[in-house]
Design a protein around this ligand. Structure first.
Ligand code: FEC
Length: 287
């Protein structure tokens, strides 16, 4: 399962309405979102959806089992994936989200959609989080090891109210970051910040990466490599929020800023995903 992306520019209003779940949308926020997608040049096709399909196909090959795509906010919907799995004769369905960290405001939504769609017609082996998966940690460590830059780990922010309910999201993000830093031997040359906060009118978890870059510059840092631990593929939050907004901010501050290549459908990453699915299903790994 993946977040999903509008397939073309004309899908953006319906896509945003799905994200908002019926809550009102300020016209200026919609106009801003359409403009961001337009400036990324994705008039007719979405990189996120194409990468998800590539990952699905590679995972199917790796596992030798049917793999179906379900999008949280676009088509094919999670319910479509559940129906397709049932039609293919599935008695057990493994649910894996292409986002490593659990929050009631993110992963739980995927789980609820899948559970509702299956409606008890197949057993569900749902993976709640895979943020300490050794292969994933190693894959990220390989991408930050040996750099002279300060590493900023980043992830999608969420409304601050999640902390009051003991939501593990932030703790899990810091855990992944610390594991990657240790595996890559970064010492103290790393920090964590959130990104991609939404204009919903309530406080979100911080620091936001745009402010954090200013603080790093003040502390004497002049070279930053961003490692977006909360995401696994190239999409709007990477290609706009980091590649455009964070880069612009860094340029204003006189900072060098780069980011790691995302795992996308890399063979090594697909093998990590396959291992997680096999474990959820109780299927032994090939020798
Ligand atoms: O490339 C694409 O087309 C889609 C990129 C995309 C990803 C993504 C991942 C996460 N989100 C998470 C939480 C929230 C919350 C809200 C929210 C709003 C948006 C909007 C867009 C959007 N998100 Fe997203 N998110 C992506 C895209 N997200 C577009 C709406 C416009 C905007 O705010 O810019 C606020 C909802 C509300 O208004 O109430 C909360 C989390 C993730 C990471 C986990 C995951 O991938 O599921 C958490 C990719």
């Amino acid at each position: 399962m993946a977040y999903g992306s509008p397939e073309r520019l004309t899908d953006v209003p319906a896509y945003y309405a799905d994200i908002r779940g019926g809550r009102p949308i300020a016209p200026e926020n919609l106009a801003d979102l359409v403009e961001r997608y337009r400036r990324l040049g994705i008039e007719d096709s979405s990189p996120l959806n194409a990468i998800t399909e590539e990952t699905r196909a590679a995972l199917e090959d790796e596992l030798g089992l049917p793999v179906f795509t379900g999008m949280k906010h676009w088509t094919p919907r999670i319910a479509d994936a559940a129906e397709a799995a049932l039609a293919a004769g599935a008695e057990t369905v493994a649910g894996l989200v292409l986002a490593p960290h659990y929050s009631a405001l993110s992963i739980k939504g995927y789980r609820d959609q899948l559970e509702d769609a299956l409606a008890g017609r197949a057993a569900l082996a749902f993976v709640e989080s895979w943020h300490t998966e050794p292969g994933f940690v190693e894959l990220l460590a390989d991408r930050v090891r040996g750099t002279a830059a300060h590493i900023v780990f980043s992830a999608h922010s969420l409304p601050e109210r999640i902390l009051a309910t003991g939501d593990p999201y932030k703790t899990q993000l810091l855990e992944t970051s610390a594991l990657v830093a240790e595996a890559a031997g970064l010492g103290d040359a790393w920090s964590f910040s959130f990104q991609s906060e939404s204009p919903t009118g309530e406080p979100w978890l911080g620091p936001d990466i745009l402010d954090h870059l200013g603080a790093l510059r003040d502390a004497g840092v002049d070279d930053v490599l961003v490692c977006p631990v909360g995401f696994v593929s190239d999409h709007l939050e990477i290609r706009w929020d980091l590649d455009v907004e964070a880069r612009e901010r860094a340029a204003e501050l006189g900072l060098r800023l780069d980011r790691i290549e995302m795992p996308n459908a890399d063979a090594a990453f697909v093998r990590v995903l396959a291992g997680i699915v096999r474990r959820a299903l109780g299927v032994p790994s090939p020798a």
